[in-house]
Design a protein around this ligand. Structure first.
Ligand SMILES: C[S@@+](CC[C@H](N)C(=O)[O-])C[C@H]1O[C@@H](n2cnc3c(N)ncnc32)[C@H](O)[C@@H]1O
Length: 225
């Protein structure tokens, strides 16, 4: 078996983009399930996703009646896949650790899904999310559970010819999350830890075989402090 190849984050997702949506990824299943259970008031009309990837979450939000969708990502190939999904979405390339080229109060609902593990410092993107959030809005963060990332598990995939690709990822402890929320001026409205047993009878084998108490994703619901 060949050694894993480590690429930088943008390069890794550029390679992964074409096969990402079809990949048998239990973390994507868990994050999608968590988002599907979120209550999204209809007044939350403009949704923005940091690290939107192929746009699969934007598509799920569109299916729930959200008409104004904005997403950005570091990887041009992931964005190209998102553009194929719906040309009406506002999509652009940007790094969430730098200032985002959008005006203050651009969105009612801001989503992070499986992307902050690639960011060493949580506070800068969260401060930007706070700036971009409209009065009365909500930020939702669905990310790999700290107990899982602390075991050295992080985003990785195999190319169609069998090469194992890894990329930089950072384990964020609960105190890192809470400290960053504080620095960004955000308040926790709800924390949910999605264990296998919470993910429905249709959860794939990769989820079930870890056992019912394995915590797949952590799901924060936040509002301005
Ligand atoms: C595992 S994918 C998740 C994509 C999508 N959010 C989802 O749930 O399917 C992680 C995404 O985060 C993006 N990403 C990683 N670091 C980023 C950064 N600093 N700024 C913007 N996007 C970033 C990657 O390019 C990739 O598309």
């Amino acid at each position: 078996m060949s050694e894993p190849v480590t690429l930088d984050v943008a390069a890794a997702y550029d390679v992964w983009a074409a096969s990402y949506d079809g990949y048998d990824n239990p973390m994507v299943f868990a994050a999608s399930y968590a988002l599907s259970q979120a209550s999204l008031p209809l007044s939350q009309k403009t949704c923005l996703e940091f690290g939107c990837g192929t746009g699969r979450n934007l598509a799920a939000l569109a299916a729930r009646g959200v008409s104004n969708l904005i997403g950005f990502d570091l990887s041009s190939a992931m964005l190209a896949e998102a553009r194929k999904r719906d040309a009406s979405w506002t999509l652009f390339q940007a790094d969430m650790s730098a200032p985002i080229p959008l005006p203050d109060q651009s969105a009612d609902f801001i989503l992070f899904s499986l992307t902050l593990e690639h960011v060493a410092e949580l506070a800068p993107p969260l401060r930007e999310a706070r700036r971009l959030l409209r009065t009365g809005g909500t930020i939702k963060i669905i990310e790999i559970h700290p107990f899982v990332s602390l075991q050295g598990i992080s985003a990785h995939f195999k190319t169609p010819d069998g090469a194992e690709i890894t990329m930089p990822a950072f384990a964020h402890h609960f105190q890192d999350w809470l400290g960053a929320f504080d620095q960004a001026g955000l308040r926790v409205d709800r924390l949910r830890e999605w264990q296998a047993a919470d993910l429905g009878a249709g959860a794939p084998l990769k989820i079930q075989r870890r056992g019912p108490a394995w915590p797949w994703v952590v799901d924060w619901t936040l509002s301005p402090a």
